[in-house]
Design a protein around this ligand. Sequence first.
Ligand code: MOS
Length: 727
Amino acid sequence: MISVIGKAQPRVDGPLKVSGQALYTSDHHFPGMVYAVPVCSTIANGEIQAIDARAAEKMPGVRAILHRRTIGRLSRAAVNHEFGADMVHLDETRAPLEDDVIRYYGQYVALAVADTFAQAVAAADAVKVTYREQTPNVDQRLAPETAQKLESERGDPVKAFAEAEIQVDQTYDLPPETHNPIELHASVALWDGSTFTLYETSQGVVNHRNVLAQMLGVPRENVRVITRFLGSGFGGKLWPWTQSALAAAAARQLGRPVKLVVSRRMMFQSVGHRPRIQQRIRLSATRGGKLTSLRQDWVNHTSILDDRKENCGEATAHMYSVPNLRITSALARRNVGAPTPMRGPGAVPGLWATESAMDELALKLGIDPVALRLANEPQIDEGLKLPFSSRHLKECLSLGAEKFGWSKRDPRVGSMKRGGLTLGWGMAGCSWQAARFPCAASVELRDDGTARVSCATQDIGTGTYTILAQLAGERLGLPLDKVEALLGDTRLPPGPLSGGSGATAAVVPAVLEAAGKAIDSLLALAPNTDLQYTSGRVHAKGEPASSGIAFEDFLRLRNVRAVSGIGSSEGSGAFGTAKPTLSSHSFGAHFVEVTWQPEIARLRVSRVVTVIDAGRILNPLAGRNQIEGAVVMGIGMSLFEETSYDPRNGAPMNSNLADYIVAANADVPSLEVHFVEVPDTNLNELGARGIGEIGLAGIAAAIASAVHHATGVRVRELPIKIENLLT
Ligand code: MOS
């Protein structure tokens, strides 16, 4: 039995990517294809009075200027609460061009279609749109505009806080952040008179198909969505955005393939962002360091039409033992595009606030921040009142402290020096839900000696191709070069979203079952013999595998080209239908060192040690890569990332990669990642949880705490700017 699970396995799709053979969505070309470029509104609030397309229509190569009256019917999709094959979800629910009302800057108002991209850009520029403009509301101060919704409550936190010996009461702000995967959103749409074939940048092809079928008014069977490779998404590509429906509608109107690539600037306007969030945290404790109350009241901005709650309380209720707790949420409407999930939605912003407050509490108490967390470790999930499926936060804290050398920390502000630099050491805990989506997969054994595993899920750069191949290879006992993995196509068995860190946990049971059934089908070819399958060979039961023949020879002997099996698994946790009986989460801890040079106000993150409890790690290479990538993103979140809206016209001002700063190589020190590998077999038979998001949780609080330790300045508004630190 060869074993490929748990091995550091390089990406099976790596050679295709580095040799340029991997076709991304916008790489697809078809004969007769035309290019579509949206006309974007230049106001954020108001109404279209007139669209004058006469000049644009006469320009070279222009096929059409499509607008509300000429694009053909586009309907709204009826959103449901499914997570499987029937899921219908999107964040901007209004069908594009549905009315003449403008609710955010950059809202699409028309579509220029031409023979070349340059002609379409020029034509879009030449469309004259007149508006009746009103002042947009992009105000940064958020006050609840909806009733505060109670998210979780226990005990009497008001009384406990009032009576407590030690209290912290602070507000933590997070600006809007924009997903900036290097691959731009894109749609290439084909219509043959009955069926749409849509090449999309999608983290969920099945949902994308279901949504587009409804918007276009055709049966699901008449829409095929394909996403073979994705240049990442970070949540920004979880749901369909309006450009997809526009490209499909244009293909329908013109009878030609249509390519629409969203520009980087448009990515800041119309394909989602993490919303602005303000969180008031009230914590209280005894002098000895036992938490007595915790309150979290947050407001997040949302668009004018859609209610998107950023679930900041996701980790709060189970993180620590505290008898009195109350969490509330509220929304504030702004003239912005619809917010959407961004890596670790809810928990990432939530832990930024609650873990920062824990550090402030530790300081007030004069207790080490690691010790404070260890002293408040819960026995059960006190929010859900359920046992934990598997919780090893204490091990993460202890191992992280040991690897980092935390015991050498002098808690006095600015007291630690190295080579003329002031050091700051900070830490934080983290958590992210462990759930799995419903999933189906198929495995085929073929007479050329290879196997094929297929599932309509996606690889967003995280390593899903490799995980599928590993799972099938493990169960079939075949080396990875004998296993082909196929995904990103709605013609395959319906698979999970690449989101919520729920894909890996979902494909494990489905692929293992499918492979088992493929073996059953193989052996059933010789029904009256007592055969067994071992590592690619068919042999008599009880005899060694070497006594038998290779499965491909067995297939040929029976004149069969291939046998296959289908496997499926139910969703669980947040993505399941059954009431949970266990509290299922991943945990972790970050330890951060910053260096500070007050003379020239230079701040650097110089060292990060992260320990993650995510159950069994199927591929340590891809796993570590996920955590490292998340920590890099966390450095960006902490020090750079912020989308700024112009108060005059509501435009995202820094809508490019020069002005919206993400962490680059020079900002990132060497990162140390460790896993506490305790398999969580309640989630699936291998005990593997998803790891796409947990690494970003808590990192901002750890950095802000390290900055405080170095500088004495507590920054409660991200990103941490140099001007905040000049005292
Ligand atoms: Mo993740 S924000 O669910 O792609």
